[in-house]
Each structure stands twice: as C-alpha cells, then as structure tokens.
Design a protein around this ligand. Structure first.
Ligand SMILES: *Cc1c(COP(=O)(O)O)cnc(C)c1O
Ligand code: SF4
Length: 369
C-alpha cells in the first residue's frame, strides 16, 4: 500500500528554502514571487522533478517572470461577472461551474484562477454551499453541474458526499462532473473508499488535468484505474504551455499515454490571459499544428478539442486546422490529413417543388453521371 495522502501533503513544499533540499539554486527571486502568488507543491509532484527547469519544475516552481507580465488580467474570463452566487459561474444555458474549494494539491503557476488559488478568496462554509445548491435548485434549466475550484478532491470524502448527495436530489440535475488535478499531482488521494462513495452518484464524470507525458506514472495509472473501475468516464483537460508541452511529439506522447490509463483527451486550452502567466503563452498556430499532427495520424479517441476561452467571458470556442478548402452549392472540396484533395458532391438544395422521393435519389444519380 502506498503512503497515505494526508501524510504526503504534510510534507508539501510551501517555502522556497525547501527547494534547496534537492536543488542548489538562488531562492531570493522566488521569495519575492511567493509573496504575491503562493507556492504549494505536494511531495509526490516535487519528487517528479528530475532537474532544474524541466517540464515538471516549470509547472510548479515560482518564476520571477510571473512578476514581469506586461499584459494579463486577474480575471480574464470575467467569471466574477457571471457569478450569481459566490463561487458559482453560470455562463452557459444548461450548466454551471461550481467552485467548492480554494486549495489544490499543487498550485500550477499557469492557473486561470491564479487570483484565488491559495488565497481564502471565498471561505467555503456549508452556508455558501447551500446558497449555491439553492440557486441550482431554483433554475430548472441547469442539467449539468461541474464541481471545480481549486480542487474538489482536496475536500474530505464526507464533504464531497454532502455536495453530491444534495445535488443528486435535484430532479433536473442530470449529470454531475468533477474537475480535478489530484490524479496528476496527488494520485494517492484517489482511494478505494473515495471511489466507492463516488459511484453512488452516477452519472458522474471526472475530468483530470495532465500536461506532460512524464506525469503519467504508475501512481497516476492506479488513481485513474480506480476511478474508471468505479464506472466514471474520465476526460483530460490540458493547457498548452510554452516550454512544457508546446511540441507536437510531446503532445502526441501525452494523449497516447492518457488512453493507456483509460483517460480520453477532452480539451486542449490555449492559455487564458491570466496576469502573471505571460511566459507560458504560445501563439495560436502552435495548437493548430499540434492538432495537425494528431488528426488522422493517431486514434481519433486521442484527439482533444483545441479551445480558446474567449477573453472577457464569451465562453469556449473550438479551433481546428482547415480541412474544408471550399464549399459551394454543388460541392465541398476537402483535404485529408495527408494533404490530398477530395470532392464531396452536395445534394441539391431542398425546394418545395421537389417530390420527397426524388430528393433522396438525386445525389446518387448525380454521382453516376
Ligand atoms: C468550461 C466551463 C463549463 C463546462 O464547459 P463544457 O464545454 O461543457 O465542458 C461550464 N461553465 C463554465 C463557466 C466553464 O468555464
Ligand atoms: S489544480 Fe487547477 S485550480 Fe489548482 S492551481 Fe492547478 S490549474 Fe489552478
């Protein structure tokens, strides 16, 4: 049996001096960053670092560049503007994002909620949870509730069950989702006991958050396996990060490894314009190139959707390399993943005069000609 997650958390890295235990670096610049943006790294995730500035290091060790961001906003997606009740973001017609925790097993330096993470932005009491749940109960259009944070799995099992039970009791809530980076940064948190509890609240989906193939360890595989064995479909959300995973081959390796641990790539996010994260940002073409290297070249199951969450709160917008070269009344000209050109003939536009039987047969007649 692996070490208990609570004792791993107790040994977390929260002070720059602790980095010196393994790496000889100048920690003075890091101290200044930590004053503005706290550091918290689980011992497990810290141990995944192999050397200074490697892809794991860059995700969790504060960088002086965080204080030199020329652009960036505290709340780039205007989540506060779409928040009817503290912690709840109601942006889309049929679903809500419900933040239930401020803490995470590791603070990602690129976090979209950098403004909140590690700070007591909202003091999550039962009163707050009940106000969030009340809002959901009063809005029958909400059929999908997404627990997020911070990280919901940082809460005790009993608190998670309290939330799931209350939400499940609302008749119009069809599906529940949990977004968590714990399977990546503290996989020991995913215990058989937690999974036995979760499976009582199906249909429940979990979206995990892996960024780099080196994060797919035996422990991560065990954690995802336990969740999957509890019947929970797993998706992955990655953020495209400069100098970490902005390489087509690194990303291909990540998505293929995810499928091997029963996680289906869901979204690949273009970096949000978060204050303090400029150095992680890539140009948008980089993401399109990564998709080009996946679509058709590996399992369709491995291909995430590439998303820009519109600055200012317009929501998620999917992007894709151009496969439609032209489209007119008669035909669509397409290219495939190898760059070959294909023509797909259109059926005639439906008109009132065309008898319905003819409508069906026409395109085939046209093909024969
Ligand atoms: C991302 C997000 C969701 C969920 O979006 P899906 O595309 O359904 O996964 C819901 N609400 C908010 C505010 C979000 O940012
Ligand atoms: S786990 Fe999620 S919420 Fe927490 S710091 Fe990382 S990206 Fe942000």
């Amino acid at each position: 049996m692996s070490e208990d997650w609570k004792s791993i958390l107790k040994k977390s890295i929260t002070r720059p001096e602790q980095i010196l235990e393994r790496f000889k670096i100048d920690i003075e610049p890091i101290k200044a960053v930590v004053e503005k943006y706290p550091m918290f790294i689980s011992r497990y995730y810290f141990d995944l670092i192999e050397e200074v500035d490697d892809p794991i290091w860059r995700q969790c060790i504060p960088s002086p560049l965080e204080l030199q961001d020329p652009y960036g906003y505290e709340d780039p997606l205007n989540e506060e503007g779409d928040s009817p009740v503290p912690g709840l973001v109601h942006r889309y017609p049929d679903r809500v994002l419900m933040c239930v925790s401020n803490s995470c097993a590791t603070y990602c330096r690129f976090c979209t909620r950098k403004r909140k993470v590690g700070k007591p932005a909202i003091n999550f009491t039962d009163e707050i949870y009940l106000a969030q749940i009340q809002y959901i109960r009063e809005n029958p259009s909400i059929r999908d509730v997404l627990l997020s944070g911070g990280d919901p799995f940082m809460l005790p099992d009993e608190k998670i069950e309290f939330l799931l039970k209350k939400l499940r009791a609302i008749p119009h809530v069809e599906i529940l989702r949990i977004g968590s980076r714990v399977p990546c940064t503290l996989p020991q948190r995913i215990t058989p006991k937690l999974c036995r509890m979760l499976k009582k609240y199906h249909p429940l989906y979990v979206n995990v958050h892996f960024e780099h193939p080196r994060e797919i360890t035996e422990e991560a595989e065990r954690a995802c396996g336990l969740l999957a064995d509890a019947g929970i479909p797993l998706g992955n959300q990655s953020v495209l990060l400069r100098g970490i995973n902005d390489d087509p081959e690194v990303m291909k390796s990540l998505v293929q490894k995810l499928l091997k641990i029963r996680v289906r790539p869901y979204y690949l996010f273009q970096m949000d314009l978060v204050k303090g994260t400029y150095h992680f940002r890539t140009r948008v073409e980089v993401g399109l190139k990564i998709l080009e290297n996946l679509i058709g070249k590996t399992s369709g199951l491995a291909v995430p959707r590439f998303i820009i969450d519109a600055p200012g709160g317009g929501g998620k917008i999917p992007l894709q390399p151009e496969y439609v070269l032209s489209m007119d009344d008669e035909k669509v000209v397409l290219r495939n993943y190898e760059g070959n050109i294909y023509v797909y003939p259109q059926i005639p536009r439906e008109s009132e005069e065309t008898p319905s039987t003819l409508r069906f047969h026409r395109p085939y007649a046209q093909l024969k000609r």
